[in-house]
Design a protein around this ligand. Sequence first.
Ligand SMILES: O=c1ccn([C@@H]2O[C@H](COP(=O)(O)O)[C@@H](O)[C@H]2O)c(=O)[nH]1
Length: 272
Amino acid sequence: MTTQELVDQIEKKKSFLCVGLDVDLEKIPAHLLEAEDPIFEFNKAIIDATHDLAVAYKPNIAFFETYGVKGWESLKKTIDYLNDNYPDIFTIADAKRGDIGNTATRYAKAFFEDLAFDSITVAPYMGSDSVEPFLEFEDKHAILLALTSNKGAFDFQTNEIDGEALYKKVLKTSSTYQNNDRLMYVVGATKAEYFTEIRKIIPESFLLVPGVGAQGGDLHAVCKNGMNDQVGLLINSSRGIIYAGNGTDFASKAREKALALQQDMQVILEAR
Ligand SMILES: O=c1ccn([C@@H]2O[C@H](COP(=O)(O)O)[C@@H](O)[C@H]2O)c(=O)[nH]1
């Protein structure tokens, strides 16, 4: 998907919501456990209940890998279901990959060609030759971890090297990579006070922003400091939406949570 197509979706739906699919068999409603593929059935119900309110879905790959081959089958069914039924939706494989060039190419082919995701999260630590292979695919995007939502982000990312915070170096250096127009960045909602500085370095780029809801990040603060002319934000909520209920009405409960976020976003968009 092109960035412009994503922007068009945001305008049409008045939403920049990304629903995170972090499916845990210990948390999903008991009645689904009788299904042949409970993970897929759960995802399908969540997607069907929220697709008009969200512009992106982000399956976190760990939650599928943990179930081995069955988990990968559920992931494949989930991405195929999204692509077949809701082709306008932007899809993110939250896989946080990063390795030397030839290995990075294999990761990129796995997630962009076999699984047909629009984007994948990538760790920047190994540098240009570990990131650029992901940027060789037309209309696909690498979403680089810049300033993450967790407290461990302060271990390295905000530390200064030669007078500049590491996360700023990541933003600046990656902006020189081949096909850098296909780059997006992860910045945590729990780090709202950093968005103004971040926007000075990468004014145009889309930011994937996890950390609202369960991690306590503030949507309004993020939007105030981080929104650009094209909105430029994908706000992710995973547990706060998908586990809003755990009875037979779990999907409508998830919709209620997604609707509340979308309505907040609509107000923010209309006030711009
Ligand atoms: O900095 C980061 C990067 C990724 N994540 C992922 O986003 C979701 C957040 O889930 P919630 O339930 O909404 O807290 C999850 O998949 C994380 O692995 C992040 O939280 N922070």
